[in-house]
Design a protein around this ligand. Structure first.
Ligand code: PRP
Ligand code: ZN
Ligand code: MG
Length: 225
């Protein structure tokens, strides 16, 4: 693959961070049009390409140097970092700054009829999650043994479907838990969106563009405070 001389930024294709990510870039003066069918959107006014991908893929793309920047939830970033630590792979990225959107928490939740006292109540149970590494780290700290039920989506239906006793999933408004007859028992990680950079960047020109975008982001965020 030839080295692109355009700066690549990965953002979530569709989900909680998509709109705000595009809004942030536009408010920094990056002009682009999105074609829903396309993975890549070229900026009209700057040497920037936007890659629209699944949020879970963004940390890996940045760490592997496939893209230069990524806008991602800290939860997804932390999950990938713990995974790479476990596999003894370096995680080659720097968090440039936190952003003022995408606030959520990764929490344990159980069915409404479950009699929960403390984290020990989960001893020996099966927990459905898309965040096996963050769950493992938390349960290890608490000294609790449990079984995994790995699901990439629809985690909240696992208890009702008889696949798991409880879940460990993201909570934002709490509407998903409520709709599924679950209640939150412990917060294991607090998160917001952040912007990350690959340590494998690149040319001085790309770095200068990154610096420019970052200083504009700082200005945009400060103006809202
Ligand atoms: C999370 C989580 C729930 C929902 C919770 O999914 O998995 O489905 O948000 O939000 P609420 O408390 O406001 O109801 P997310 O949007 O991050 O998408 P993903 O699971 O596809 O990554
Ligand atoms: Zn996701
Ligand atoms: Mg979800």
């Amino acid at each position: 693959m030839s080295e692109s001389n355009r700066l690549r930024i990965a953002i979530q294709k569709s989900g909680r961070l998509s709109k705000e990510s595009m809004k942030l870039l536009r408010s920094c003066g990056v002009k682009f049009n999105i074609n829903e069918q396309r993975l890549i959107a070229h900026s009209d006014n700057l040497p920037i390409d936007l890659l629209r991908v699944r949020d879970d893929d963004i940390p890996g793309l940045v760490m592997d140097g496939v893209v230069d920047l990524g806008i991602i939830g800290e939860n997804v970033l932390e999950e990938e970092q713990v995974e790479r630590e476990r596999l003894d792979k370096p995680s080659l990225c720097i968090k440039l700054r936190e952003l003022d959107f995408g606030t959520c928490r990764l929490s344990l939740a159980v069915p409404n009829e479950f009699r929960y006292e403390n984290a020990q109540s989960l001893e020996g149970l099966r927990i459905a999650t898309s965040y096996p590494n963050l769950l493992r780290r938390y349960m290890k700290q608490k000294g609790i043994t449990y079984s995994d039920c790995m699901l990439k989506g629809s985690v909240e239906v696992a208890p009702r479907a008889g696949l798991a006793d409880g879940i460990c999933d993201l909570v934002s408004t709490g509407a998903t838990l409520e709709a599924n007859g679950l209640y939150e028992t412990e917060v294991i990680y607090r998160s917001s969106a952040c912007i990350i950079q690959s340590t494998q960047t690149q040319t001085p020109a790309k770095q200068a563009l990154i610096d420019k975008i970052l200083s504009r982001i700082n200005g945009v965020v400060r103006a809202k405070e």
